[in-house]
Design a protein around this ligand. Sequence first.
Ligand code: ES4
Ligand code: ZN
Length: 323
Amino acid sequence: MNTHASWPVAELHVHIEGTLETELLVTLARRNGVELPSYDPDALRELYRFTDLQSFLDIYYANLAVLRTEADFYDLGIAYLTRATAAGVRRAEIFFDPQTHLANGIPLDVVFAGLTRALTEARATLGISADLILCFLRHLGGAAALETLDAAIPYLDQFIGVGLDSAEVGFPPSLFTEVFAKAGALGLHRVAHAGEEGGPDYVHEALDLLGVERVDHGIRAIEDPHLIEHLRERQIPLTVCPLSNVCLRAVPELGVHPLPAMLAEGLLVTISSDDPAYFGGYVDDNLNAVQNEFALSPLQMATLARNSFRASFLPEAEKLRQI
Ligand code: ES4
Ligand code: ZN
């Protein structure tokens, strides 16, 4: 039964570009004279029927052509932070994909200026704690990732870590060893998507070769008993996104999602929304969905909420205050 949402949580796996709701998509397309397949937000949402990760990425990247100015990035950021606050999010560690915008001819300066203004304002007006994590697009390879990190060095005070996203299979973590080593040397946190569509070997590589502190998705780790033991012993967080996994068919349906097994194994699992504008829900919707599907107890829900702060990059004293 659906009881209540809005557990205070940290959201650790959300792509700001994936929070672009079709209403704002249409507004920005009109503002910037960008062509869309339709200008009806509901009709655009109807097109969101995915068969796998790539079928989603194709639409997602196409839509991002509407983001052109500092104001666009600010509007995108403030809309997410407002909705997230309503969802109970007290801390957000937000991915962004600078390479997508660079490919669209938008300089890094514009992206940082808009997003940072949104975060700064939201901290003051909404009381939400928020920071950015710069993601490399794995389909563009390791050399492009290194170039991107170098270009972002002037903005080091505007992001707290690096991540790795986009098409997983065929683009293993091993391609990104050098850029992650450099990010670590710069004092940045390191995370990576692994084990979403790729197998447990991708999770192993992300841990061993990239030195990630947290694994995004990681659901296929459940297939490898040794990996499970490693993740449990080190309490390495896994940012699980249940509605995303269903929409992209990483799992056939929510009822067979490995979340309960992961919790039973004692893994440090958190719940996030990934790309809420595309996958039918924000973090509160994801929490509600798993509570209902698996009849999770209040204690299990509290564990998920507490895990989210434990797994965050907040300073220890601040984590304890939140927990
Ligand atoms: C993503 Cl669900 C997912 N997986 C990999 N990369 C992504 N970028 C945005 N959403
Ligand atoms: Zn993701």
